[in-house]
Design a protein around this ligand. Structure first.
Ligand SMILES: [Fe+2]
Length: 280
């Protein structure tokens, strides 16, 4: 979500603006979806968080509530799909590490970084130049950052292959490296911040992709669904959707840019992966 996009927002009436700036950005929703995944031995609950956006625009209490909600859901795995910060300032690193560490202490937690977390897009916007600062902060909390690599995660005894990709706006993406250890007979979850990245991995063996980046549109026009979501494929702005034989879940995220949301509540999602033969 670009800051410039919000300069073009239509002028809102005062009650609507109060709702959009005061009420809805903090009105966190717990959402649930079920997704069939081949080669899975038994159901696995993946808790999906995205776009925390620690900054002056996002209250620390909102991030703390989202993380408490994630821990209380008692998932098997936790995945975070980037944009931990908005720019290089506006958050307390020690506070952030202590809050994020609650996740890693509760369950195995994995993450990829987003366009705000460093790299070419962030540098050009006055943020972190490289991804080292945010990656170090996140890993200090016990969360594994997957930068074009995969791990065989242990979901309470059930193996799940997690592949984490670099953000397409920020860094060179090496799909060969990311999928180098992936077998075609294992359940594969791809973490990639921007849902527009799906074509980069079209010939790779993944079953469900977790993304963020859009914030669900953040300001969504009722009835039409129009929004300033910064993606080219408007089919994948929010929710769980099929893409051919595969699935893509795009989180509306927790934080926001400029602290505004309308018709698009922040969310924490439990994605229940089920063996494909039991899929809905
Ligand atoms: Fe974001």
């Amino acid at each position: 979500m670009t800051r410039r996009a919000f300069a073009t927002l239509p002028i809102l009436g005062i009650p609507t603006a109060a709702w959009a700036y005061v009420v809805e950005p903090g009105w966190l929703e717990f959402t649930e979806h079920t997704c069939p995944v081949p080669h899975l031995e038994r159901p696995v609950d993946v808790l999906h968080l995205s776009d925390l956006h620690a900054s002056h625009d996002v209250p620390t209490s909102l991030i703390e509530r989202a993380i408490d909600m994630a821990v209380e859901a008692k998932p098997d795995l936790i995945c975070i799909t980037g944009d931990f910060v908005t720019v290089a300032t506006g958050f307390d690193c020690r506070w952030y590490v202590s809050v994020l560490s609650k996740l890693a202490r509760s369950r195995p937690t994995y993450a990829v970084l987003g366009n705000h977390d460093g790299g070419s897009w962030s540098r050009d916007g006055g943020g972190f130049h490289g991804t080292g600062e945010v990656a170090s902060m996140v890993e200090s909390s016990g969360i594994q950052v997957l930068a074009d690599r995969s791990v065989k995660a242990d979901a309470r005894g059930t193996p799940v292959r997690l592949v984490g990709a670099n953000d397409i706006w920020s860094l060179r993406v090496d799909a060969e490296r990311a999928f180098g250890e992936v077998r075609r007979d294992e359940p594969v979850v791809l973490l990639s911040h921007n849902p527009d990245s799906k074509e980069r991995f079209a010939n790779k063996p993944w079953h469900v992709m977790l993304s963020g980046h859009t914030h669900g549109g953040q300001v969504v026009v009722p009835l039409t669904g129009a929004s300033p979501a910064p993606v080219s494929d408007r089919r994948y702005v929010a929710g769980l959707k099929p893409w051919g034989e595969r699935w893509i879940h795009v989180s509306r995220g927790v934080g926001s840019i400029k602290g505004v949301r309308f018709n698009c509540r922040p969310e924490v999602t439990r994605l229940r992966l089920v063996p494909a033969r039991l899929g809905t």
